[in-house]
Write a new protein. Structure first.
Length: 357
């Protein structure tokens, strides 16, 4: 497993990370706490040492599970959590978004509660969770700097979501000197706004790193959602329209060449190729797939050992992406969510529209 520095923070993350929203919730398969702890331990053993959780995942349960799993192994782990959602005073309604609080008092209480659940006195990375650009005030940035100066936080990030988008927020994370990383949905099929952030980092000569989440496009690029798959209502992937999956299966067939690279020894699974494509961008520090079990951990952590994406393959993928992988119909996902009414998207020249709330 290789490691990359997060911004210029001195914090190194494994190129393949553990997206810990899968533990503490039943949104991506149900498992007992003991099974969840064992899965985290298995990932650490495989070299997946960047662990990315959040206080809202299972309303604290994910952090508590991670804290138990890394007990005695804290020095091996690059530990990240997120704060900003007020789940203490608001009930969860399905997969709906909770209200956020980003004032000094709430963030301080939330951060201290996270440290308690994680059973640690510091985190390597602290991320603001889906904060709107106007919520990250000078007061908030001052507080984050204080935590970094007193050693309770080593690096800072801004996690975007919940749906793909939030362009202005990502641009602000690149611009503001406090932030070492921006986390966003980024994969072969959903390249915006990830491509935009990569280009902005390059053009501005910024030190900001990108953390790529949903690298397998909700089950398409790891082929865990096929035409025969029936998604239960509680499965988080079921929020995608059926057109998304139908067109996605066609796109997968268009990139089969990635499984058997030319001119080198070795093969890749589609899931491994999707990870390697993201890591072909120097600006991407870590890719956080959603592991379901030990088989996923074994296969996806091994992406570090398969052939990297060649220049010829990358160019071929660029051409395919430019013509929508030769799929000539709507995928039902022509919405890029934003917090500023789409003006940032229009200014960036992206062929998307703002979501209606």
């Amino acid at each position: 497993m290789e490691h990359r520095e997060l911004g210029n923070s001195g914090v190194e993350v494994s190129e393949i990370g553990f997206g810990a929203w899968v533990v503490g919730t039943d949104w991506w398969g149900d498992r007992s706490d003991d099974q969840a702890v064992a899965m985290v331990e298995e990932a650490l053993d495989a070299g997946v040492t960047y662990v990315d959780t959040g206080d809202v995942y299972g309303h604290g349960d994910s952090e508590a599970i991670i804290g138990e799993a890394i007990d005695g192994r804290r020095d091996e782990v690059t530990l990240s959590t997120k704060i900003g959602y007020d789940f203490y005073d608001n009930p969860q309604a399905g997969h709906g978004e909770l209200p956020k609080e980003l004032n000094r008092e709430y963030l301080t209480e939330a951060f201290e509660a996270s440290l308690d659940r994680l059973d640690t006195d510091y985190v390597d990375v602290l991320q603001l969770h889906n904060a709107n650009v106007d919520e990250v005030t000078p007061e908030v940035r001052d507080l984050l700097r204080e935590w970094k100066e007193d050693g309770r936080v080593r690096a800072l990030g801004w996690a975007l979501g919940p749906s793909i988008g939030w362009l202005a927020e990502g641009d602000a994370a690149v611009e503001y000197e406090e932030f070492d990383a921006v986390q966003t949905v980024f994969n072969l099929f959903e390249q915006e706004p990830g491509r935009h952030f990569v280009e902005t980092v390059r053009e501005s000569d910024s030190d900001t790193s990108v953390i790529a989440r949903v690298p397998h496009s909700s089950g398409l690029l790891n082929e865990q959602v096929t035409p025969d798959t029936v998604l239960e209502d509680g499965d988080h992937r079921s929020h995608r329209p059926k057109e998304w999956y139908e067109t996605g299966w066609e796109k997968v067939e268009a990139i089969r060449f990635l499984e058997d690279p030319e001119g080198v020894e070795g093969t890749r699974t589609m899931a491994q190729a999707a990870i390697r494509w993201l890591l072909a961008h120097d600006e991407v520090a870590s890719v956080t797939p959603t592991f379901r079990d030990g088989n996923d951990i074994a296969e996806w952590s091994a992406a570090a050992d398969v052939p990297p994406i060649s220049d010829a393959e990358y160019e071929r993928l660029e051409e395919l992406y430019a013509r929508n992988f030769d799929v000539d119909r709507d995928d039902g996902m022509d919405v890029l969510r934003t917090s500023v009414d789409g003006e940032d998207i229009e200014a960036a020249g992206l062929d998307k529209r703002a979501a209606s709330y």
